[in-house]
Design a protein. Structure first.
Length: 124
């Protein structure tokens, strides 16, 4: 399975990529939502996106809305990974089309547990 990690922090991208590599996912990266959309459109078979909320150019919520506006990406599972911890923000992200929500800081175990809810380990 191929995953796209979108975060303006290179350090956070590296941390998430390491976890995804360890569980056998192929990872591509982007530094903001606009780059993320370009990567999604130009990379075959992205099935999972982990996206930060607060980024320059296009934030994570805008990214989710753009992806969910295109029915071709309906099967793509999206996880918002962010420092936004207010319940209202969680609700907004899920309403926009995120499948799961992970709050920073997170552990490998938390990330893997959230991904297991999305069945990213099955059948691929």
């Amino acid at each position: 399975m191929r995953a796209l990690v979108i975060d303006d922090s290179r350090t956070v991208r590296t941390i998430i990529k390491k976890v995804l590599d360890e569980i056998g996912l192929d990872v591509v990266e982007a530094a903001n939502g606009r780059e993320g959309l370009d990567q999604l459109r130009s990379t075959d078979d992205v099935e999972l996106v982990l996206v930060d909320w607060n980024m320059p150019e296009m934030d994570g919520l805008e990214f989710i809305k753009a992806v969910r506006a295109d029915r071709a990406y309906d099967p793509v599972r999206i996880v918002m990974v962010t420092t936004e911890t207010e319940q209202e923000q969680v609700v907004r992200a899920l309403a926009a089309g995120a499948n799961e929500y992970v709050m920073k800081p997170f552990t490998k175990e938390i990330l893997v547990a959230k991904l297991s809810l999305l069945d990213v380990f099955g059948g691929d």
